[in-house]
Design a binder for this molecule. Sequence first.
Ligand SMILES: CC(C)(COP(=O)(O)OP(=O)(O)OC[C@H]1O[C@@H](n2cnc3c(N)ncnc32)[C@H](O)[C@@H]1OP(=O)(O)O)[C@@H](O)C(=O)NCCC(=O)NCCS
Length: 203
Amino acid sequence: MTTPGRLPYPITLPGDGITLREWRDEDLDELVAMLDEPDIARWTPMPSPFDLEAGVAYLKRARQGRLSGQRLQLAITLDGGKPLGEVLLFGVDAGLREAELGYLVGVHHRRRGLASAALSLLSGYARGTLGLSRLLLRIDPANTASTSVARRCGYRLTGEPPILQEGPYGPSSLDTWELVSAGGGSRKERLRNVAARRYGRRN
Ligand SMILES: CC(C)(COP(=O)(O)OP(=O)(O)OC[C@H]1O[C@@H](n2cnc3c(N)ncnc32)[C@H](O)[C@@H]1OP(=O)(O)O)[C@@H](O)C(=O)NCCC(=O)NCCS
């Protein structure tokens, strides 16, 4: 597969229990309800409060990014209908064959494996269809939910220095994670996840 100059548009990616699809104008109310939420304000660069005006601007920017082929920005759905979250691929460097990914899930739909399923699906597409070999995540180490998703999907911390940034919650730093294996980590880790579920431990 060749590394893309422009990312394909439009696409629909069916996966294991989820479907990733393009954002639509009629998603506006669902989008605003989803993004106007404290964890999303805390861990992502979304404006807060996230109102209708922010939603209109967000969908417009998403469409521009898709039409220009610069990013993949897809709604996470169960079957192509109601959006429950979002997964993105951006910052594509065709020369280095690398890109960054990001994700969020609406507060009422968390802890059901949606982020993990969406990240795995998009990572597989990025490697297989787009031919990108280096897939990266940037995560604040205090964001336990996000680091757990990363680990579960086969991403590992790199030794790259943290990226320092100023935000509304004060200074923070983002670690870089890289996909080392597709499909949910080592056997030992999968067994640990099974044990965690069985005994109710959250890590
Ligand atoms: C991070 C986020 C996307 C996770 O979405 P999700 O759909 O709940 O994630 P999953 O259900 O796939 O969780 C996978 C594993 O991560 C871990 N995890 C998820 N949420 C967690 C939490 N709040 N605390 C601790 N571990 C958590 C669990 O191990 C979970 O597996 P389990 O519930 O079967 O034990 C969601 O919490 C979110 O949208 N947060 C705000 C936005 C954000 O932080 N985005 C990432 C920026 S880098």
